[in-house]
Design a protein around this ligand. Structure first.
Ligand code: ZN
Length: 96
């Protein structure tokens, strides 16, 4: 029967469309305005000493953060203060 053949195909298409829609919805959430605050808060806790998770993230950087360095709120890399493009947003020149 032709309908037998078509039915499973349609389901597969619907499933993949759904996951794409889900991804799109998530991206919209991330781009909404109030994420800025969340990210800033996350970054603050991110810098707290003794946080095991942040230690893993910072393993990319060879040396620990120094007094004259800052963590970019956009790329989360540690830069020298001379690379600080926006002091309020804590963003490096690369990301500005
Ligand atoms: Zn940056």
């Amino acid at each position: 029967m032709a309908t037998d053949y078509d039915a499973p195909r349609k389901n597969e298409e619907e499933q993949s469309e759904e996951s794409i829609e889900e991804l799109k919805a998530r991206r919209h959430d991330k781009n909404s305005g109030k994420v800025d605050e969340d990210e800033a808060e996350a970054a603050e806790s991110f810098e707290l000493p003794g946080a095991d998770l942040s230690h893993e993230e910072l393993a990319v950087e060879v040396k620990p953060k120094q007094e004259d360095e800052f963590t970019c709120m956009s790329c989360f890399l540690v830069h020298h203060r001379s690379q600080l493009a926006d002091e309020k947003k804590m963003i490096c020149f690369d990301c500005a």
